[in-house]
Design a binder for this molecule. Structure first.
Ligand SMILES: Cc1cc2nc3c(=O)[nH]c(=O)nc-3n(C[C@H](O)[C@H](O)[C@H](O)COP(=O)(O)O)c2cc1C
Length: 169
């Protein structure tokens, strides 16, 4: 699948088959995340691969929109070590770019995935911080729930000429 097709056909997938995703494929997803652009190339990201059933269920218990984790074989928590930041407060954009790279790559290689928002919801940040034992300098941005898809969705058509401006608003 070429990159444009992957971007135009990606959808959030929240139903998964039960089989595990091989470690090599999870590493490939993270390689795609680490290829993302970042401010001044600061690459503040860290990734926690979560396959422990109890941990996945615990996130679903506190996150109001993450019930799919109860059936997901795996998730990846995208975090930033803010002590690595040379360009203050750009970590959100850096980690968002990494998250989106993984979503597109997951779709391109036949997985289904969905972005689960953590930051800036303080209660979710606190809950995931204590569950994952994050150091104080580490901020969680997003959690990607993924697995082999048990649903398929049509591409979304969101192109809107009314949102495009030329030379000025
Ligand atoms: C910052 C962000 C936070 C999101 N949080 C959640 C979430 O907590 N739970 C969920 O099921 N989907 C979540 N989504 C997925 C959106 O609901 C989804 O991308 C949107 O409805 C568009 O659908 P699509 O991804 O299928 O194109 C989130 C997406 C983004 C970008």
């Amino acid at each position: 699948m070429d990159a444009v097709t992957a971007i135009l056909t990606r959808r959030s997938i929240r139903k998964y088959r039960s089989e595990a995703v091989p470690e090599s494929i999870i590493k490939e997803l993270i390689q795609c995340a680490m290829s993302a652009p970042s401010a001044g190339n600061q690459q503040p990201w860290h990734f926690i691969v979560i396959t422990d059933r109890e941990a996945l269920n615990s996130v679903a218990d506190f996150h109001p929109h993450a019930q799919m984790l109860k059936d997901a074989p795996a998730a990846i928590l995208v975090c930033a070590d803010t002590s690595l930041e040379r360009y203050k407060d750009y970590w959100v954009q850096d980690c968002s770019a990494a998250t989106q790279n993984m979503l597109i790559a997951a779709h391109a290689i036949g997985l289904g995935a969905v972005w689960l928002g953590i930051y800036p919801r303080q209660e979710r940040v606190n809950d995931i911080r204590s569950l994952m034992n994050l150091p104080d300098s580490v901020m969680p941005l997003s959690l990607i729930s993924f697995g082999y898809p048990a649903e398929s969705k049509e591409p979304a058509e969101r192109f809107s000429l009314s949102r495009i401006h030329y030379d000025r608003w």
